[in-house]
Design a protein around this ligand. Structure first.
Ligand SMILES: NC(=O)c1ccc[n+]([C@@H]2O[C@H](COP(=O)([O-])OP(=O)(O)OC[C@H]3O[C@@H](n4cnc5c(N)ncnc54)[C@H](O)[C@@H]3O)[C@@H](O)[C@H]2O)c1
Length: 418
């Protein structure tokens, strides 16, 4: 198979991208350093929930999708899309080591006429200042010999109404011809393509979208803490505000940010802004409020045990229900459950967890679902497969950080809600 599209990084972003291109008739090769992932894909077994094995297996069987660990596969492709992790270092600064290493591999194999697109979330300037110079070490020049663009992925894992195919795709190229070439490629597989004037505009737009979420979640989390003091149900308030048909967008409070994007990406901009003597105060403030939420939740759990059962955290047996960072998925990256478990253990509680989607977490294994055997059950992630009415019947005390018990919880007397 001659691949038309090579996708570097077969993760939450790369896999759905491979699927939409393959389903629109293109031959796709995925390049990934993880051997188990490569072997799984070539057997038609998907490790990403959004791409069911049935769909992947069909595409692999038809010869439309293949995977490899060998970067030589990018040589024959018309387009090379980069969907690699962009984490923070331990000092919480952008760590582009993985991206740089991969771009070096691509540069040493770059062919005249190829299109390279960066999909990873990153600070404005990455495509021009980091990717372009490495690619040009090949002796080829952007705009003349190859095309280069940034096109952020907007996938929301677990979502079925908005997918890679029908979510508008932003594209910003180094030159107008780069933008047009990338836009043409994406138009072959996704419904709407939005060309922008530069890669920086596209990089910044992706960050604006994620920062918008981080800041609004922080706002409602701050309000949740005040509502607790004022004895107002924050969930009732948010639901009431949702009835306004214009000028309000709903964000829910919770035990803290989770996932690969929202807790991390905003700090890519904070770091870059310093180069321009600029301090991104909204981002810092939101980070501070959201990072405090697990501590606030620990005090809520402690109060629930004190008032509900005259017990202390120390010595109590607590079941954490749901550890994935959001409902109905198995992704635990940056999940606030980790901090909550640590804080409870540090306070002397014995902690187990149950999550129908996550077998292992933080050195523990998911236990059988027996809420009646615990002093307190803490709903950290509200998976839809759990019967919350049954939980209210069986558990002694429930701390509901997600409003999973709804009004039943409010009226029940043994539920403490965020
Ligand atoms: N997950 C999301 O919901 C989401 C949404 C939008 C944007 N993004 C962004 O997309 C990018 C990718 O995120 P993801 O969630 O797909 O990551 P991921 O961790 O799910 O997948 C990355 C893949 O890259 C592979 N990899 C690592 N180093 C490699 C290398 N040197 N060469 C080849 N393969 C390598 C890993 O084995 C892994 O399979 C990030 O910048 C992220 O911020 C993610």
């Amino acid at each position: 198979m001659k691949p038309e599209v090579a996708i570097v990084g077969a993760g939450y972003v790369g896999m759905p991208l491979a699927r939409v291109f393959a389903e629109s008739g293109k031959n796709v090769v995925l390049v990934d350093v993880n051997e188990a992932v490569v072997e799984g894909i070539n057997r038609g077994e998907s490790h990403i929930d959004d791409v069911p094995s049935a769909s992947l297996g069909k595409l692999v069987g038809e010869g439309r999708v293949a995977a490899t660990g060998d970067y030589d596969a990018v040589k024959d492709a018309d387009a090379i899309l980069i969907a690699l992790p962009t984490p923070l270092s331990s000092q919480r600064e952008p760590d582009l080591t993985i991206l740089r290493g991969a771009v070096e591999e691509i540069a040493s194999r770059l062919q005249k006429g190829q299109l390279v697109v960066l999909e990873s979330t990153t600070y404005p300037g990455t495509t021009r200042e980091c990717v372009q110079p490495i690619l040009e070490r090949s002796g080829l020049r952007v705009g003349d010999d190859f095309h280069l663009a940034f096109s952020p992925e907007r996938v929301d894992p677990g979502r079925t109404d908005w997918t890679t195919r029908n979510t508008p795709k932003l594209v910003g190229g180094l030159t107008p011809a780069c933008t047009e070439r990338a836009a043409e490629l994406y138009r072959s597989a996704v419904e709407t393509v939005v060309p922008l004037s530069s890669p920086e505009a596209a990089e910044m737009t992706k960050l604006l979208e994620n920062i918008f979420r981080a800041v609004n979640i922080a706002l409602v989390n701050e309000l949740a803490q005040l509502c607790e003091r004022m004895d107002i149900d924050v969930w009732e308030v948010v639901e009431a505000a949702e009835t306004k048909p214009f000028g309000f967008m709903s964000f829910k409070p919770g035990p803290g940010l989770g996932g690969h994007c929202i807790p991390i990406d905003p700090f890519y901009l904070t770091w870059k802004a310093r180069e321009y003597d600029f301090y991104t105060e909204f981002i810092e403030l939101a980070g501070k409020v959201n990072a405090n939420m697990p501590y606030f939740c620990r005090s809520l759990i402690s109060q629930a045990l004190n008032h509900g059962a005259q017990k202390s955290l120390k010595g109590s047996h607590i079941l954490v229900l749901g550890v994935a960072y959001k409902p109905d998925i198995n992704d635990v990256r940056e999940s606030p459950a980790e901090k909550i478990v640590q804080l409870l253990q540090k306070a002397g509680a014995a902690v187990d967890y149950h999550d129908p989607h996550v077998d292992e977490f933080d050195g523990m294994r998911s236990v059988a679902y027996t809420p009646e055997s615990y002093d307190c059950v803490v709903i950290v992630t509200a998976h839809s497969s759990i019967d919350y009415e049954d939980l209210l019947e069986r558990a002694e005390i429930v701390v509901d950080l997600r409003n999973a018990t709804g009004r039943n919880g409010t009226d029940n007397g043994k539920v403490w809600k965020l």
